[in-house]
Design a protein around this ligand. Structure first.
Ligand SMILES: Cc1ncc(COP(=O)(O)O)c(C=O)c1O
Ligand SMILES: [Zn+2]
Length: 395
C-alpha cells in the first residue's frame, strides 16, 4: 500500500488518515510506493493518463482535463544551447500548473468526504482551488495577502464563488494561519502544496516531459514555496525506477533575488535556510520568504547535480517580454523567472552549448495583465484619416 513518508526523519504511516505534516519533525509528508505498486500502465491524456502512479481512485476524479500542456521548441531565445523547449503550464484549465495537483487533492478531499477545502495563496492556488471546489460541489476558502494578488487570479477565485479571506500580511503569514488551522481542525481539507496529494498530481509534469522528448540535460523551474520542484524531482525519480529514463536531468531552481532563501542556503552549502522576513519581487506568485518545502527543494537540486539561482526583477521582466515577443508565449512574471534563470545559466556556462534544456513556465500571462505595463510598447493614437495609418506602418 502507498504510505505517507517523512523524507527528513523516516516517519511513515498509512493513507487512511488526513495527514500533511510529520508528527515527529513537522516537515511536509511525501507519499511513497513499494516495488510493484508503481506501474507504467498509461492511457488517455493529461494528469489522469498517469493514474497507475497516483494514490486516488480515477473513477471518482474531479477533473477539468488538466495536464497535456503544450511543449514548444524555442525558435529564437534558446540559440545558446542545443535545444531549448518550453513547457507551457499556463495552458492548464485555470491557467497554471496548480491544476495538476489540485485535481488529485480535490479528488482526495471528496474521497475523504470533506465539504470544504482551504489554502493560503499568492493567487494561483486560490484560483485553482476555487474552480475545482466548484466543480466538486464543495465550499472553497482562500486566504490571500491583502493587495498583493494579481488581478486575474482574484477574478477567478471570485467568479468561482470561493470565500476570500484577506490577511494584512504576506503569504508566509497566510500559510502559517492555515497550517495552524489544519493542525487543530478537520473542518476543511488543506490543499496547499504541503498536502502530499498535491505533489502526486504535480509530479505528472515530469512524466509528460519524458514521454515527449526523452531525457533532457537540464530542467529549469521557478521556485516559491518549493512544492513544484519537489514534485518534479519525485516524478523524475519514479521514472528512473520504472526504467523510463537512465539519466536524471539536472534541476535549475530559480527564485526571485528578493525572495531567495533557498538560493542562499545552496550557495553557502548550508543545511538550513534563513527565512526572508520581507520578501520583495514583482513576481508576486513566488514572493515567499519562508518556503514550506525548502528542505526537499535543496535535497532535490543537490541530488540532481544542478543549482539554485536568483534572478533580478529586471531580468524577469526582460525574459517575460522576450518570451512573448520572440516566441509567442505569454506568461506571468513568476514563470518568466524560469527563462531568466536559463538565460543567466547559459551565459555563465553552467548550462552548456550541447545541452538539451526544458524550461517549465508555470502560469498564463493573462493572470497578471498589469505586468505588461513594464514592457516597451508600440502604441500610436491616430486620427481617422487613412493616410496617417500608412505613416505609422512605414515607420
Ligand atoms: C506561476 C507560479 N510559478 C511558480 C510558483 C512556485 O511554485 P511552488 O510554490 O510550488 O514553488 C507559483 C506558486 O504560487 C506560481 O503561482
Ligand atoms: Zn519527520
Amino acid at each position: 500500500m502507498p504510505r505517507y513518508f517523512c523524507e527528513n526523519c523516516g516517519f511513515t504511516d498509512l493513507l487512511d488518515k488526513n495527514l500533511y505534516f510529520c508528527p515527529n519533525c513537522g516537515d511536509p509528508l511525501t507519499i511513497i510506493y513499494n516495488d510493484g505498486e508503481l506501474e507504467a500502465n498509461f492511457s488517455g491524456l493529461g494528469v489522469w493518463r498517469y493514474s497507475s502512479v497516483l494514490p486516488v481512485d480515477p473513477d471518482k476524479k474531479v477533473s477539468l482535463n488538466e495536464g497535456n500542456t503544450p511543449l514548444y521548441k524555442s525558435l529564437r531565445i534558446g540559440n545558446e544551447v542545443k535545444e531549448l523547449y518550453i513547457k507551457n503550464e499556463g495552458m492548464n484549465p485555470t491557467g497554471s500548473f496548480k491544476d495538476r495537483g489540485m485535481t488529485v487533492a480535490i479528488t482526495r478531499a471528496v474521497e475523504r468526504k470533506f465539504k470544504s477545502v482551504i489554502c493560503a495563496s499568492t493567487g494561483n492556488t486560490a484560483a485553482s482551488l476555487a474552480i475545482y471546489a466548484s466543480r466538486a460541489g464543495i465550499k472553497g476558502y482562500v486566504v490571500v495577502p491583502d493587495g498583493a494578488v494579481a488581478l486575474g487570479k482574484m477574478a477567478q477565485a471570485r467568479a468561482a464563488g470561493a470565500h476570500i479571506i484577506k490577511v494584512r500580511g504576506n503569504f508566509d503569514l497566510a500559510l502559517e494561519m492555515v497550517k495552524n488551522f489544519a493542525r487543530g481542525s478537520n473542518d476543511a481539507y488543506l490543499v496547499n502544496s504541503v498536502n502530499p496529494f498535491r505533489i502526486e498530481g504535480q509530479k505528472t509534469v515530469a512524466y509528460e516531459i519524458i514521454e515527449e522528448i526523452g531525457e533532457p540535460d537540464w530542467i529549469t523551474i521557478p521556485v516559491g514555496n518549493a512544492g513544484n520542484i519537489t514534485a518534479l524531482w519525485k516524478g523524475l525519480n519514479e521514472l528512473k525506477r520504472l526504467g523510463k529514463i537512465k539519466n536524471l536531468p539536472k534541476l535549475l531552481g530559480v527564485q526571485a533575488a528578493g525572495a531567495s532563501p533557498i538560493v542562499k542556503a545552496f550557495n553557502s552549502n548550508s543545511e538550513t535556510i534563513e527565512p526572508v522576513t520581507s520578501p520583495s519581487t514583482i513576481a508576486t506568485a513566488i514572493k515567499i520568504g519562508n518556503p514550506a518545502s525548502w528542505r526537499r527543494a535543496l535535497k532535490s537540486v543537490r541530488e540532481s547535480g544542478g543549482a539554485m539561482i536568483g534572478v533580478s526583477d529586471d531580468l524577469i521582466v526582460k525574459a517575460q517580454y522576450l518570451l512573448s515577443s520572440k516566441e509567442g508565449i505569454f506568461v506571468e512574471p513568476a514563470s518568466a523567472a524560469s527563462i531568466a534563470g536559463f538565460l543567466n545559466a547559459a551565459r555563465s556556462n553552467l548550462i552548456r552549448k550541447d545541452d538539451v534544456v526544458v524550461s517549465i513556465v508555470t502560469g498564463n500571462g493573462l493572470k497578471d495583465p498589469d505586468s505588461v505595463n513594464r514592457f516597451e510598447s508600440f502604441e500610436t493614437t491616430v486620427e481617422s484619416e487613412e493616410s496617417l495609418l500608412y505613416s505609422v506602418i512605414a515607420q
